[in-house]
Write a protein that binds this ligand. Sequence first.
Ligand code: UFG
Length: 335
Amino acid sequence: MKTILVTGGLGYIGSHTVVELQNSGFDVVIIDNLSNTTIEVLDRITSITGIKPRFEEIDLKDKEAVMHFFKYYKVDGVIHFAASKAVGESVQEPLKYYENNIATLTYVLKEMIASDVSNFIFSSSCTVYGQADELPITESAPTKEAESPYGATKKMGEVIIRDTTKATNLQAIALRYFNPIGAHESAKIGELPLGIPQNLVPFVVQTAAGIRKELSIFGDDYPTPDGTAIRDYIHVVDLAKAHISALNRLLNGENKAKCEYFNIGTGKGSSVLEIVNAFEKATGKKVNYKIAPRREGDIISAYADTSLANKELGWKAELSLETSLASSWKWQESL
Ligand code: UFG
């Protein structure tokens, strides 16, 4: 049985990935500092899979603690989710983002190399493409100047990993996520709401639940069919499964380069209005909305060409937009 360290394993994408890892027969150790989640998630994972993952409450900024972890635990690979992810906050507090997302990445990589752990999966983002010149976006599209410190940490993270794979035994896969939504079908894990949601689907869900008065749709004058911005929304369980495929690729030595990049999306773009309509159809709930000015830093349209991930990882998003939105609603109702 292979043992996998999942950093940020009690977070939104991390917890869903832990479930899929356990379902696939991996032994999981989680590191989390509980900065954006609660310890209860550990029991919820256990109640889904019947297996309690080992857990260490470690802040990865604590270099010594990271060193001790790798001395104590023998792991076969690392899936690295732990990071701060609020775009707006990163503009206000850039150093927090460079410390939380970049310094910690270097500590983890350093200790992996010292302990001869060579398999690494990185949470990257389609934000590295900015507004791509061509749609759908392929992995060979040029990366662009980041719109925020958060985006910069994803771009820099990829560079740090690439350079490290060139100089050491490390082999890595960076998964460039499009927009993750939804929750586990059990409604036992999902995205924990903290404050006013910045992302579209959590805001839609809270509006339908009456927690928010109305959704502001940021811009209806974009050059898209209905004037609202387009994204590629992927069910978090499909996204979680991509990590298992990527990990197996490294463990089985099937990777074609020391450092590889894959788009993880559905390949289908949906506008903000289409999301609102699909949510209403999937749940029968009404979403009050108004049209508001564009949000600064937003791109017009982004959706993935997923053919490389389909072919090389043997992975494909399977769950529909309606299933994803219905699962977001079921999760909200369970809260
Ligand atoms: N939107 C609204 N109203 C809201 C919230 C969002 O109209 O209340 C719109 C946005 O303007 C955008 C779309 O819904 O057009 C999606 O917005 P999200 O904030 O949900 O997602 P983004 O695509 O802006 O951001 C996501 C991740 C980031 C990541 C980025 C990469 O949240 O972490 O994708 O492109 F950096």
